[in-house]
Design a protein around this ligand. Structure first.
Ligand SMILES: Nc1ncnc2c1ncn2[C@@H]1O[C@H](COP(=O)(O)OP(=O)(O)OP(=O)(O)O)[C@@H](O)[C@H]1O
Length: 550
């Protein structure tokens, strides 16, 4: 999908407001040009009146007032409608991007890191706000006004009209186009340098403790300073290019002005033009160049906006991690889960699963043990369709897994992953993510099964205690147990637990295994663990080694 194809539907939805902005911008510009022209004509004619020539004062003074009011109102309206439409456009874009992003997670492009992703969703989207309002709008307005002004000049001073049209054409089309071409590379580099700086900040904050202990905070700081300097250099280059373009536009304005004055004086000497009209034309020429400075300023930002749009389209163009079925089949309840000769490797990596066959009866509890890196977590990921097997089949009864919509699958298969997050919110809301309508009794039962009930009961506000960065911070073991409680609270008939006890001491681990059967009664359980499992905790224990079940 191209940048245009990505943005067009969003622009189309706001077409009315954007067209109105454009109209108001053109009116403001026309009123400004007419105001200067009429004022020049009015002042000159009034001066000549004192020399004894007759002049009707009422029409021009009424026109000056009318044009200034129109200009003020049109400018205000343009800002109001334009900013409103742009903010809505950006909000549409963010919504669209989020919707496009989720089916692509986890991202197949491993070069896009978390900080970079955040940067794309925030700064890159913000960079696009200039794309319409400050670039396309004034440019179209200037074309309309430039055409009108050329027509007026052609009526009074045909030769001056040619000079004016050429100069204005260069100022609103050629200079901005050249600026875009030259600054595009720097705009791209500036956006990517800004993203790198953000990634460096996230990394430094996330790894602050380890970087300090390893004594390499200084190196990190120097690397960040280097990145910031790089960003500054790019921005300075862009600013220098913008200044050069502004100077070029000023020179073109001077050429248009000189041409009008020169041809005007020739015509005045010949007696074919009135002095007051000539002054009015000269000032109107100056006024009509008003839009050009805005265009240059915004076009320099448009280079960065284009680069940002490219980064967003690259993100949206990543292949979906899961292909949703066209005609999904509902998740079949009480059916065995069957892996049959499943082979899998991560993109470009060595084989992780090498012909895994396994059948789990509904309600059965199994544990998978084995050395680190053997492929245990990967097996769980395939069951959730977070990754797709390259060969072999995965079925629920007779239904192939890929025929079930992922939302339906995820509503029926709950996972406690090795890095389940705890959100900055209350204990209650952290738990209710799994079951929004769960009552307190269900929450306490889940906390008890995860051996966290005593701790939560000891908190001053119990279930309503705020946890995470902004509130009370939990230990790693407590966070793990909270995530475990959340998984156990889910109504899903299939529960996948990846190292559920890895932050528990042995006493709590044994306690957890004791309550596991009750907490998962009637549900299918697949537990990946390195722990010694007491007899009777599960129905079957299997070992996974080098991608094979032993
Ligand atoms: N997202 C990924 N992309 C590429 N390779 C991966 C990815 N996740 C895991 N791997 C690789 O796949 C192999 C199996 O990993 P997996 O996490 O399934 O093993 P595991 O048996 O669960 O290990 P552990 O007990 O340490 O959690 C490892 O060699 C790992 O490096």
């Amino acid at each position: 999908m191209s940048v245009f194809a990505m943005l067009f539907p969003l622009f189309r939805r706001r077409f009315g407001a954007l067209a109105l902005t454009l109209l108001l911008s053109a009116i403001a510009l026309a009123a400004g040009t007419a105001l200067l022209g009429t004022s020049g004509w009015f002042i000159t004619a009034t001066a000549l009146t004192t020399l004894g020539l007759g002049f009707n004062l009422f029409v021009p003074s009424a026109l000056v007032r009318a044009f200034s009011f129109i200009r003020i109102l049109a400018r205000y309206g343009e800002r109001f409608v334009g900013h409103n439409a742009t903010l809505r456009l950006l909000s549409d874009l963010r919504g669209w991007l989020f919707a496009a992003l989720f089916p692509r997670l986890p991202l197949s492009d491993r070069s896009i890191r978390h900080g970079d992703l955040v940067s794309r969703l925030t700064a890159d989207v913000d960079a696009l706000d200039v794309a319409f309002l400050v670039a396309i709008g004034p440019m179209l307005g200037a074309v309309i006004i430039g055409t009108g002004m050329t027509a007026v000049l052609a009526w009074f001073l045909p030769e001056a009209a040619i000079i004016y049209a050429l100069a204005l054409g260069c100022a609103i089309l050629l200079v901005p186009a050249a600026l875009i071409v030259v600054s595009r590379r720097f705009g791209r580099a500036a956006i990517s340098a800004a993203a790198d700086t953000r990634v460096a900040i996230y990394d430094a904050i996330g790894g602050h403790a380890d970087l300090t202990l390893l004594g390499i905070l200084g190196t990190t700081h120097r690397r960040f300073a280097g990145g910031a300097q790089n960003l500054l250099d790019r921005r300075l280059t862009l600013a220098a290019l913008t200044t050069a373009a502004t100077a070029a536009v000023q020179i073109l304005a001077a050429i248009a002005l000189t041409g009008t004055l020169w041809q005007g004086l020739v015509a005045y000497t010949d007696g074919t033009i009135d002095a007051a009209v000539l002054v009015g034309l000269v000032l109107a020429v100056i006024g009509s160049f008003e839009a050009t400075t805005v265009i240059v300023r915004s076009v320099s930002k448009a280079a960065a906006a284009l680069a940002a749009a490219e980064r967003l389209t690259n993100l949206a163009n990543l292949p979906a991690a899961i292909v949703e079925p066209r005609q999904p089949i509902s998740f079949p309840l009480d059916q065995p889960i069957a892996f049959s000769d499943v082979h899998f490797s991560y993109k470009g990596g060595a084989p992780v699963l090498r012909g895994v066959s396994l059948t789990i009866r509904p309600g059965e509890r199994i544990a998978i043990t084995g050395p680190s890196g053997g492929g245990k977590s990967t097996l769980l990921r395939l069951l959730l369709r977070l990754n797709e097997a390259q060969s072999g089949t995965l079925r629920l009864g007779k239904v192939p897994l890929e025929r079930i919509a992922s939302a339906d699958l995820h509503a029926h298969v709950a996972l406690l992953s090795q890095d389940s997050p705890v959100f900055i919110d209350t204990v209650r809301n952290n738990l209710r993510i799994a079951q929004p309508l769960a009552d307190d009794a269900a929450l306490w039962a889940a906390l008890e099964a995860a051996r966290l009930d005593t701790f939560v009961a000891s908190l001053p506000e119990g279930l309503d205690t705020l946890i995470g960065e902004a509130g009370r911070t939990l230990s790693a073991g407590q966070m793990r147990r909270l995530s475990l409680a959340r998984t156990l609270l889910s109504n899903a008939p299939v529960i996948l637990l990846d190292e559920p006890t890895n932050a528990l001491d042995r006493a709590n681990e044994l306690g957890f295994f004791e309550t596991l059967a009750a907490a998962t009664a009637g549900r299918t359980l697949i537990m990946v663990t390195h722990a010694d499992i007491p007899e009777g905790t599960v129905d079957r224990v299997m070992e996974m080694r080098d991608g094979r079940l032993v």
